[in-house]
Structures are given as structure tokens and as C-alpha cells.
Design a protein around this ligand. Structure first.
Ligand code: OAD
Ligand code: ZN
Length: 233
């Protein structure tokens, strides 16, 4: 790895948690095979059928108790702890496996399963149990708590911070994402535009493989520790 790499941005997607036992979205056993995105992941769905939407995320939140971080999450946490330059892990995942592995410099751009957001006053609270649509917000007293997930058509979190990190990055790494959902799918082009080196780690080539200077194909649990070792040696 060249010595001139100081600032790193790592984008992760469902593929990094697949070997921990969490389903990805697209593909044969994907979450979007059993559910239509429009039924569980849009503001309209929440309005139309809150019980169904809450149940979908309750099931996924409950599943977190059965899984643990895998070597890919652990390697990124080790990199975060050791790397002296800027580093930002931007995850599209709503699970908590990066933080359970110990990652600190982390943004959940699509929200978190273990957070509830009040649709009325905007207050977010940590939420580990099931979230019934009747749950009351401690901030404003209304029954407006929803899963703190960025639905399709909503704005991802902390976009300014992510853009700033991409503009400063010397290396952009994408792990386990299909490149189907924007704005995350466009980060490789932004990072390249600002002069970063770009590497993709994925099981299969993604929709945006073409934009990366280098693509390494294989399971995240092997490829991520390998890359981290290269960066730290
Ligand atoms: P996808 O399910 O679209 O893509 C997962 C990617 O991971 C695919 O390219 C797989 O080839 C790859 N993959 C699977 N197993 C892997 C492994 N063991 N090692 C490495 N790669 C592996 O998931 P995302 O790209 O994360 O949004 O999806 C992006 C967004 O779409 C999600 O955040 C979600 C969804 O709709 C929201 O819920 C808001
Ligand atoms: Zn409230």
C-alpha cells in the first residue's frame, strides 16, 4: 500500500454482516425477496400499515441478539483503533455489529435498528425491545415513535460529514454493498473525483465495480482482514 495514504473512508453494506448470519437485501435469500420495499421501507407504508412495518423491524431487531461481529467487523475496528490519520466507517447497515466489534469512528447513514425516532418531535431514543406503534415518546408524549430507519425517499443521516470525509480521503474502500442505492452508490465517484484511490471488496462484482480502480472478490471475513493487514504493515 502506498505510504501517502493518510485519510481513509470505508463504506460498508449488508455483505459485511452476511457471515454473521444477517440476510442481505438483494439476491435469492435477500430480505427484499420476502418483502416488497414499498410495503416496509417507505413513509407511505408506515402511514398505511404501521403494524406491518413495526413488525418487520421488530423481527430484525430481535435477531441482533443471535449474531456477533465477524472477522471483517473486527478488522475494521482494529484499523480504527490503530490508524493515526482520519478514518471514517460509513455503514448503510442498521445492525450494531461495527460498534460491538469496537469501531468508534462510525456513521450509520441509514439509521439504526436499536433506535426509535419520534415522527412528531424528532427526538431519537435507544430502543432494544419490540416497538409497538402505541409506544409513547418521552419528549413530547405522543404515540409517534417509529423505527429510526431511513426509508426510501428520506434523507440519509450526516451527509455533510460524509461528503467532507470523502473530499479529504486518500483511500476509499467499499465492502459488501451492491451499489444499488444512492447516495452511497455514488461515493466511489466522489472520492475518485477528489483524488482518492478506490478499492472494492465484495463477493460478486457490484453495479458500480466499473468505477473502482481495484476490485477484490471473495468473502468479507477474508478480504477485510487482509486489506487491514496491508494498511497497518
Ligand atoms: P445488498 O443486499 O443490495 O448487497 C449486498 C452485497 O454484499 C452484494 O453485492 C453481495 O454480493 C455482497 N455479499 C454477500 N455476502 C458477502 C460476503 N460474505 N462478503 C462480501 N460481500 C458479500 O445490500 P446493500 O448494498 O447494503 O437500505 O443495500 C443497500 C441498501 O439497500 C440498504 O442499506 C438498505 C437496502 O434497501 C435501507 O434499508 C434504507
Ligand atoms: Zn416526540
Amino acid at each position: 500500500m502506498p505510504d501517502d495514504i493518510r485519510n481513509i473512508v470505508i463504506l460498508t453494506g449488508a455483505g459485511i454482516s452476511a457471515e454473521s448470519g444477517l440476510a442481505t437485501f438483494r439476491g435469492p435469500d435477500g430480505l427484499w425477496e420476502g418483502h416488497r420495499v414499498e410495503d416496509v421501507c417507505t413513509p407511505q407504508a408506515l402511514e398505511r400499515d404501521p403494524v406491518l412495518v413495526h413488525r418487520f423491524y421488530d423481527e430484525r431487531r430481535a435477531k441482533l441478539a443471535d449474531v456477533s461481529p465477524n472477522p471483517a467487523h473486527e478488522a475494521l475496528a482494529a484499523l480504527d483503533a490503530a490508524w493515526l490519520g482520519d478514518l471514517l466507517i460509513v455503514t448503510q447497515n442498521v445492525d450494531d455489529l461495527h460498534e460491538r466489534a469496537g469501531a468508534k469512528r462510525l456513521i450509520h447513514m441509514h439509521g439504526e435498528l436499536q433506535s426509535a425516532l419520534c415522527a412528531r418531535c424528532g427526538r431519537a431514543v435507544r430502543w432494544e425491545a419490540a416497538l409497538p406503534p402505541s409506544a409513547i415518546c418521552a419528549g413530547c408524549g405522543s404515540a409517534s415513535l417509529r423505527p429510526d430507519i431511513v426509508f426510501f425517499g428520506e434523507m440519509p443521516y450526516r451527509m455533510d460529514e460524509i461528503d467532507e470525509a470523502l473530499a479529504r480521503a486518500d483511500l476509499f474502500v467499499s465492502v459488501g454493498t451492491s451499489g444499488a442505492v444512492y447516495p452511497a452508490a455514488g461515493y466511489v465517484q466522489t472520492a475518485r473525483h477528489y483524488g482518492a484511490r478506490t478499492i472494492e471488496l465484495n463477493l460478486d462484482p457490484s453495479a458500480g465495480s466499473f468505477y473502482f480502480e481495484e476490485t477484490r472478490l471473495g468473502p468479507a471475513s477474508l478480504l477485510v482482514p487482509e486489506l487491514v493487514q496491508q494498511l497497518l504493515s
